[in-house]
Design a protein around this ligand. Structure first.
Ligand SMILES: Cc1cc2nc3c(=O)[nH]c(=O)nc-3n(C[C@H](O)[C@H](O)[C@H](O)COP(=O)(O)OP(=O)(O)OC[C@H]3O[C@@H](n4cnc5c(N)ncnc54)[C@H](O)[C@@H]3O)c2cc1C
Length: 446
């Protein structure tokens, strides 16, 4: 066995859900004994911020594999009665038009679960040694050289390591350091999100559904659900015709919105939605941006990306949290596959990062294609409101099946890629041997 001469120093940029999950995965899944993982986060404190976040069965299974059992309890997250992920209702009539179901989920703890984002973040935080998280470290740029990686911070300091993982969100400065002209585009939608104590609405609205409900209207939707820890969420949206540049200048992510605007926007909807907007105490604004699939996820043989930094899909299908968790698991598995008994050479580092990206890039590129098709789709105009309504009901009933996303088995996907790379590696070695004339091998032995 080859000696591992020193420890592997991994720098993680960002301590959001992707960054924390990656730190946990590298510590627990990779089985690399001599690994030193350090996280660098711009925030001065890690507070419970954000609004609601949904984790699908893929994300819930991954939490369990990572050993984050504290996030699986019914106290922290909310699962719909009867295990229904969500129900789709008509905006005006309040009639149920279609229902999401799980395809193959046997453990109820893995059913789609809704949280306050801060509670998922806190659950992960309990598994990361606090001394490895460096706060108040806003990254300005990143660098990769044959002998290592560096992060440069706004406070003038820098750090160095063997591998860099950009987990710094949709506006990743790590990604921008390697693809400077990468641009996000505004999807045209601004979400108005709120989380508040469930007692503000429960028992106050007649027939308030116990399930998570998505009401679909001709142009916009409205979402409401209970969350874990007695929280409740409402989410509305509006179209904003302004350009990406203007939006970036005028609305900050998480900026306080005007709750009267929300109420006015939904004033003609069914009584349950109207009552929910009346009782929503305040809203925060989240302009929805997305970016193209990246040409590569491996930079300078030593750098990769996880979470929103790697796939800027915006809020599509509420998939961000689960995708980030699956990224982290795939990366841990790739480290385990490559580094067991092997050196931390630049070749092995690149092999591990490529195995990871080959597992995750095609899956997330499929989602990004759907996201951009939706943004590009032109609004249809209808001659009558009846025709518009018929089209809406048809759209609701014909919603695309997203089980490939919500029940994706990242471990199985990794297995296929790892096996393929093993076969390809064996074949390459065999071909090299054959062409060098060193040995004649039968194809079945390659
Ligand atoms: C404050 C906040 C609130 C959110 N609220 C919601 C929500 O309510 N609902 C929802 O569905 N999704 C929300 N999201 C997005 C959601 O967390 C992600 O889509 C998903 O969990 C994937 O997470 P991520 O770790 O890749 O990205 P993020 O959650 O965006 O985490 C990225 C982390 O990197 C840090 N970071 C960014 N730039 C730098 C830099 N230059 N230097 C150092 N650190 C940096 C950020 O502060 C953050 O902690 C929120 C994200 C943030 C940051």
């Amino acid at each position: 066995m080859v000696e591992q001469p020193k420890s592997l120093r991994v720098l993680i940029a960002g301590a959001g859900i992707a960054g924390l999950a990656t730190a946990i995965s590298l510590a627990r899944i990779s089985s690399v004994a001599k690994i030193d993982v350090q996280l660098y986060e711009q925030a001065p404190e890690l507070l419970e911020i954000g609004a609601s976040i949904a984790l699908s069965p893929n994300g819930m299974r991954t939490l369990e594999k990572l050993g984050v059992h504290n996030a699986l309890s019914d106290e922290v997250g909310f699962r719909g009665p009867g295990g229904i992920p969500q129900i789709f209702r008509h905006w005006k009539t309040d009639q149920v038009v279609s229902t999401d179901t799980h395809a193959d989920v046997s453990d109820p703890r893995h059913y789609t679960t809704r949280f306050h984002r801060g509670h998922v973040h806190s659950a992960l935080l309990e598994h990361v040694p606090p001394e490895t998280i460096h706060l108040n470290k806003k990254i300005k740029r990143a660098e990769a050289r044959p002998d290592g990686v560096s992060l440069f911070f706004e406070d003038g300091t820098d750090v160095h390591g063997d591998i860099l993982i950009g987990a710094d969100g949709i506006r990743s400065s790590v990604r921008q350091s390697f693809i400077p002209d990468y641009k996000l585009r505004f999807s045209g939608k601004v979400f108005m999100r709120a989380t508040f104590d469930a007692s503000l609405v429960e028992g106050k609205i007649p027939n308030l559904p116990a399930d998570s409900i998505h009401w679909w209207g001709p142009k916009d939707n409205f979402f409401a659900s209970r969350l874990g820890k007695n929280q409740y969420t409402t989410v509305g949206a509006y179209d904003d015709p302004r350009s990406s540049e203007e939006l970036e200048r005028t609305i900050a992510w998480d900026q306080l919105g005007n709750v009267e605007f929300l109420r006015n926007r939904y004033k003609d909807w069914n009584p349950t939605v109207r009552a929910l907007t009346e009782l929503t105490p305040s809203t925060n604004l989240y302009p929805n941006f997305a970016g193209d699939a990246l040409p590569t996820w491996v930079f300078g043989s030593r750098v990769t990306l996880v979470g929103d930094a790697a796939h800027a899909h915006g809020g599509a299908f509420a998939a961000g949290g689960s995708l980030a968790l699956d990224d982290s698991l795939a990366l841990g598995l790739a480290f385990k596959h490559i580094f067991q008994g092997a050196t931390f050479s630049i070749e092995n580092i690149e092999k591990a990062l490529r195995l990871y990206s080959q597992t995750r890039q095609p899956h997330t590129a499929r989602l990004l294609r759907i996201v951009h098709d939706q943004i590009d789709r032109k609004a249809t105009t209808f001659a009558t409101s009846e025709a518009e309504d018929e089209a809406l009901v048809a759209r609701l009933k014909g919603r695309p099946d997203t089980v490939w996303l919500s029940e994706h088995d990242v471990e199985a996907a990794f297995g296929v890629v790892a096996q393929g790379s093993h076969d390809a590696g064996a074949q390459r070695v065999g071909e090299e041997l054959k062409t060098s004339g060193a040995i004649q091998l039968e194809p079945s032995k390659l």
